[in-house]
Write a protein of this length. Sequence first.
Length: 757
Amino acid sequence: MSELPDLVKDLALILVVAGIVTLLFKRLRQPLVLGYIVAGFLVSPHMPYIMSVVDRADVQTWADIGVIFLLFSLGLDFSFKKILKMGIAPVIAATTIIFSMMFLGVSVGSLFGWSRMDSVFLAGMLAMSSTTIIYKAFDDMGLRQQRFASLVMSVLILEDVLAIVMMVLLSAFARGCSPDGSQVLQSLLRIGFFLVLWFVVGIFLIPAFLRRHRSLINDEVLLIVSLGLCCLMAVVSTHVGFSSAFGAFVMGSILAETIEADKIIHLVEPVKNLFGAIFFVSVGMLVDPTILHTYAWPIIGIVLTILLGQAIFGSMGYLLSGQRLKTAMRCGFSMAQIGEFAFIIASLGLSLGVVSSFLYPVVVTVSVITTFLTPYMIRFSTPCYNLLELRLSPSLLMRLDHLTLSPPASLRGESHWKSLLLQMTRNTLIYSILSIAVIMLMFTFFLPLSQRILSSHPLWANLLCGTLTILFISPFLRAMVVKKNHSEEFQALWAESRLNHPLLILTILVRVAVASLFIFYTANRVSHFSNALLFTVAIILLILMIISRQLKHSSIRLERLFIQNLRSRDIEAQVLGRRRPLYEGHLLDRDIHLAELDVPPASLFAGKTLSELALRNRFGVHVSSILRANLRINIPDGHQVIFPGDRLSVIGSDEQISRLSQALTEEVYESNDVEEREMRLRQIIITAGSPLVGKTMQESGLRSRYNCMVVGLEEGKETLSPILPNRPFQKGDIVWVVGETSSIEKLETRFKRHLAN
């Protein structure tokens, strides 16, 4: 028998130890991430008392795959539309927290005499709280449905996006080692260019592809296609100079806009859990006790920096975003930890060779400590606020409650000029990026190919490439110039005042100039005519594009297809009754809010009417709607029966919703005698002295008294014969019955006792 590869042995050791440790942590109600890290330490060479991993390089490869799938899953939970709908408040909170914690990170690193790169990477690690750990803590503590938890999660989504940007910037810093403002700006422009390009192209192609082949795609095929797209984008991302994790995140965010998003999340979850576990185990393998002993004071200092920094600056960020002091403190105290992104950033620094070897185990130790303290920090926020309430004057508390950088509701309405300029700028930017991408592809790949094919006629090769390039970008250029010229805002401003006419015409001329530059650049690359002639040709071609009806229809059709793909998930939610009500946003500004709670399959609530449950009297909540499969029941009455799997939309305060959520979780059917309820098949022969002789099935009491079911009568045939309800049992009948073990034994005992008598 051949010897098993070391990779299989290492995987077996990792999964067995991780399984045992995570069971222990599950019993102790601690985050599983901690269990994986502890398991990694146990199987590392730093723990000599048990078996250790043989080939760490292979494990690291699996861990890199785990990072890709973790970021892919994060992208699936992310939606660009969610960010746009959040408004400015989460942006204010996230930027305040990130810049404050980065400043503290650089200061702490410099205080301990670490190198510049160590301090910069430490700042990046401290800036990002852990979405996974916080979500798990809220879930374990029954706080996930409370209003402050939704505020924390909205900021965490923004932090996750900014973490991706930070990883790209840190990579640029590491390669340049002396980054300046122009390099930062260049990196941000590259990120923005490829992010918009990939998102627009992905939304245009991928939902259409899935929709066309929806009848052929089952769960298995959908999983393979999704992971294939994830890995493809990871490869593309590395080829253009970004990390593979960035590409995986982008592909996840694209798939998040498709109808299949929920199913993909469900299918990818086990894959993410497996490779994510290996990643966190690999993190724990880097914990070196000797380094931890040497750097004990820096570890203590960083832990205190995170706890105090997030408690102070985190609360300040939420205060500036418009939250009251109590809510802001609950949010800020909840974010006092670092997690998966800290490990990913530390791994990035090690792979680039720009950070010291001690930084990774130090950060892992800090993460373990802060993760352990997360539930206690969440609980400590309320007593801390109560203490401040006693010490601070009422006037100061009132000023803090109204301290905000977010514009008041009356100023949030957009003027016609602001709305029009924003839409024009967005369209011009998107169509410019698409045009640049087409030009780059044509000149990079098609032009050399055409020159090789038409080597004897290079002028014709250039002319062919230029013509096709202008033809491909013509829908984008036409839409750039024409779109929004007939919008409601444009017409309202035109009719409002004659003074607006020159400015509105100027907006058209600016877009005409931008579109003409693309044609001019393309023609200039493939010809040697004068600039004046080329610019004249560009204007003429642009005019022909604008007046072309065929190009107009093509441009409108492409845009409608993109909008349909972008809104496909929202359309599905509306059609299936899953769209949340519009009044939810108004409730969030008050003491009550809307939450959705799922009825567990084994819930004691199932089968009862709303009147019988008396949710309003018991918990103080109001059930506004019930989502059952694809049916939404709005304003249900007291006679409405609750079914397992129903999703209840309830309105109430944080405390009321938490009590209902806890009751749904705890009030369930529990069966501890599963093994004793095994169903068995028994043959019963009706003898002369049997109590069943002369009785029908209903009179025999087999079902009512003994809880057994008659399967059929054996008459020497291949199959059992059915017994009619009014047929009496006769001597010699061979009857087959089914029932639980205890019921069968009870029936047999009754027969034996009757025969004995």
